[in-house]
Design a protein. Structure first.
Length: 337
């Protein structure tokens, strides 16, 4: 009595693969974060994931997975080379990894022009902060330090690493960038242990995750890298004011252009256009969801979204840098063997 129905079901599956594929697609979506739990990328992604399903047809199950290593490259390379283009895998990685590909870093096994971008939840306004024990409380302290100040970083292709390296070249401030931390949480732990003096990270993260330390005076805001001051940091000096020459100013302009749209969310190459458009729409709708905005307000996570097509244009523009500029930043940012 059970044999015939099983055959009928199997026949239906093989006869209608598209229908069953669509059904499975609606059941589950996975966000992969290229960095450790507890950092800004992780905080944004988990918040987005909690509200995303409401804006996707079929109300799928949504979960978050951390895939750490190599400054986010493991996750970005996975997205490009292994993730299926079925709309079920979304990877969050640092946009500057695309710049590493432009510069010829062979570890970046992906082409940023071929990914499908959902967008960015908020701009990334980098500010360099230092601990109380470091003795660096003002820009003069950093500029006149008799030793290189140690700045913790995740690794090449992230703003935590690239921006202080560009700053060092552009300003001449004594700086030693310590790469290798798995994420923002690891850097904060290193700061607490006095392994490093400071780090250059997003103001959006500092005022939420590091608020207690900031309010207690345990960390000091010293320098911001945006071309214009953030409204909440008008008294903090701009890096551009300390550029040594015109070439240095170009490096700092790149730091603003290439690193402010830091929190990129993308789909694998080859994802059908209708799927891309559906998820782009869902991504932006999520970032306008009143419940998400209330959660972001409580968590002090800024929401100022940049849509997918605009993000794609920014990534494309990095491939249009002048060869001389590429060679200069390659010398500074690509790991030397």
């Amino acid at each position: 009595m059970q044999f015939f129905p099983r055959i009928a079901i199997m026949a239906l599956i093989f006869a209608c693969p598209v229908a069953f594929s669509a059904q499975s697609q609606a059941e589950e979506i996975r966000f992969i974060v290229g960095y450790s739990p507890g950092g800004s990328f992780d905080a944004y992604t988990r918040m987005i994931a909690r509200h995303f399903a409401k804006h996707v047809p079929g109300n799928p199950k949504v979960y978050v997975q951390n895939m750490t290593g190599a400054g986010g490259l493991i996750a970005a390379n996975y997205l490009y080379n292994k993730a299926k283009p079925d709309g079920r895998t979304i990877v969050a990685f640092a946009a500057p990894l695309v710049l590493q590909h432009v510069m010829g870093n062979k570890a970046t096994q992906f082409d940023g022009r071929k990914l499908a971008y959902l967008g960015v939840p908020s701009a990334y306004d980098t500010v360099c902060t230092f601990t109380e024990k470091s003795g660096i409380k003002t820009i003069a302290d950093w500029k006149n330090s008799e030793r290189p100040v140690k700045i913790g970083a995740i690794g090449p292709g992230t703003s935590t690493s690239d921006v202080p390296k560009l700053l060092k070249e552009a300003t001449g401030f004594p700086t030693q960038v310590i790469d290798g931390y798995r994420g923002g949480a690891g850097i904060r732990l290193a700061l607490e242990r006095d392994e490093i003096d400071g780090y250059c990270g997003s103001w959006q993260t500092i005022k939420s995750i590091n608020k207690a330390a900031l309010d207690a005076g345990k960390i000091s805001l010293v320098l911001q890298t945006s071309l214009a001051p953030h409204p909440e940091m008008k008294e903090i000096p701009l890096a551009m004011s300390y550029a040594k020459n015109d070439e240095a100013k170009e490096l700092l302009q790149l730091a603003d252009r290439g690193y402010r749209g830091q929190f990129v969310y993308a789909l694998p190459p080859g994802t059908p256009s209708e799927t891309v458009e559906k998820l782009q729409k869902a991504f932006m709708a999520t970032l306008k969801d009143p419940e998400l905005l209330e959660e972001a307000r409580r968590s002090k996570l800024e929401i100022d979204p940049i849509d997918g097509p605009t993000t794609a244009k920014t990534m494309e523009s990095l491939y249009q840098l002048k060869p001389a500029s590429v060679e200069k930043i390659k010398e500074l940012l690509v790991p030397q063997k």
